[in-house]
Design a protein around this ligand. Structure first.
Ligand code: ADP
Ligand code: ZN
Length: 435
């Protein structure tokens, strides 16, 4: 029998009940926040000294935003709300681009995150019949463990294989007839190109669907992965500050991602003015944890750009949806005065069937001017020795980019598999102007 995990009471909660639920949980969050040296001081500056100072949800707007820099400053313990002995796990950012930041979890926090992940895998149609190969790396990075417990709770058979070792991934996919995987979209594209080299055919596998997340990717990239594996790919968004994966996930309709609004209070702001953006307009996502003990975060600025889709969804879930993440506000490249997001370039090249599965954008300074080079891989069938064909393709890529984003890049074509690949999040931009 198919057993589905389904928390219908909360997933289809009506708007008014949701607001009450959020208010109650916001008050509890303030209770925990006041136990941390960091928020005790910050909340005092806006005259909040007790949960009772929060009367309505809009009282939240008095509280200043929390930023990644704040999290660096409070390291290691100034944002911890519970005694150390109540912490059962921590996740920390790698610290490759700055000081380390850390998020603590109590057992209740982990249980609640697990609940969200269980809802997510169920939302994309998984049941206890599914065999789940979790290709996200296990460790400090939240992608591995985050989905792991949720999938177990939802009754799936979990293979905690972690990222990398592509040959072994294929062997497990075949031997255990994996139906569902979780990976970064760039890794899925990467392994699709190796599958044939390793002598596998799609019919060796039983793959039905994937959860793709942890990095920005375009609709066209999703479609490319779907057609290469003949599967459905669902977008899953999260960040370690809000637990990790499963903050927002697409349902079977693949039309924007439901944010679990019982657990995260969602705001969208204009990143320049810091004013709330009108519903439906694009801006920066700001989240407040509503059900977390050890590390409550109030109005955390994610830097991620998206917009709210308030329309009811055909699946019946009442939690509002957000659009595919366009990028981070700090990702935006300014090329000779023109603003461009790497995702815009990706969208253009992924639409071109002749272009392969990996790309890299390199920005340099050439005298006073910025010079941008787009390097892409070309599928084995396209990469012929005929220089005229390749020249024509280079020109077409250049023209398509120019038409769409008004910059004129140099284009380099590389043979499939020749551009660098990361096992985790893809690195899509090298900006040499910064070094
Ligand atoms: P780090 O901040 O070190 O990259 P995280 O795992 O916390 O580590 O990364 C979270 C970030 O990854 C998000 O803020 C967002 O920029 C990006 N991200 C996660 N999931 C998605 C997704 N589905 N689409 C686009 N970007 C995503
Ligand atoms: Zn839905």
């Amino acid at each position: 029998m198919d057993i589905r995990y389904w928390n219908s009471e909360i997933e289809t909660i009506d708007k008014k009940d949701l607001k009450n639920y959020q208010l109650e949980n916001l008050k509890e969050t303030i209770y925990w926040a006041l136990k941390t040296p960091f928020y005790k001081e910050r909340l005092a500056s806006v005259e909040i000294t007790s949960p009772d100072d929060i009367k309505t949800l809009s009282d939240l707007k008095k509280i200043p935003y929390t930023t990644k820099d704040d999290l660096r400053r409070v390291y290691p313990y100034n944002h911890l709300a519970v005694p150390k002995e109540d912490v059962v796990r921590l996740h920390a950012s790698s610290g490759t681009t700055g000081a380390i930041t850390v998020i603590y979890h109590t057992q209740r926090d982990i249980d609640r995150w697990t609940e969200l992940a269980a809802r997510a895998v169920t939302m994309v149609g998984c049941t206890n019949k599914d065999v789940f190969q979790n290709m996200m790396s296990y460790g400090l990075f939240t992608g591995g463990l985050g989905l792991h417990y949720g999938a177990e709770k939802a009754g799936l058979t979990v293979i905690p294989i972690s990222a990398g070792n592509t040959k072994r991934q294929f062997k497990f996919m075949k031997d255990f007839q994996t139906t569902f995987v979780h990976a970064t979209p760039s890794y899925l594209l990467h392994i699709s190109s190796i599958m044939q080299e390793e002598g596998y055919k799609l019919s060796d596998f039983n793959l039905k669907k994937a959860l793709g997340g942890a990095e920005p990717h375009s609709e066209d990239m999703r479609k490319k992965i779907e057609s290469l594996f003949n599967i459905d790919v669902y977008n899953n968004y999260g960040l370690s500050e809000m637990n990790g994966p499963c903050v927002a996930t697409e349902c079977l309709y693949k039309d924007d991602m439901h944010v679990w609004e019982d657990s995260f209070y969602l705001e969208i702001i204009n990143p320049d003015t810091l004013e709330e953006a009108p519903e439906g307009e694009e801006g920066e996502l700001v989240f407040t944890t509503l059900r977390r003990q050890a590390t409550p975060l109030l109005r955390y600025r994610t830097r991620d750009l998206s917009s709210i889709n308030p329309a009811p969804c055909k699946c019946g879930r009442t939690h509002r949806r957000i659009a595919r993440i366009k990028g981070r506000s700090d990702d935006m490249l300014i090329i000779n005065g023109v603003n461009v997001f790497p995702a815009q370039i990706e969208e253009i090249i992924m639409k071109m069937p002749e272009v392969g599965t990996n790309y890299l954008i390199v920005v340099d300074k050439a005298g006073a001017l910025d010079k941008i080079t787009v390097k892409t891989e070309v599928g084995p069938n396209t990469f012929s020795d005929d220089a005229r064909d390749l020249n024509a393709l280079r020109e077409r890529i250049k023209q398509n980019i120019k038409d769409a984003v008004l910059i004129s890049p140099a284009v380099e074509l590389h043979e499939q598999g020749k551009l660098p690949v990361q096992e985790g999040k893809a690195k899509r931009v090298i900006d040499n102007r910064k070094t």
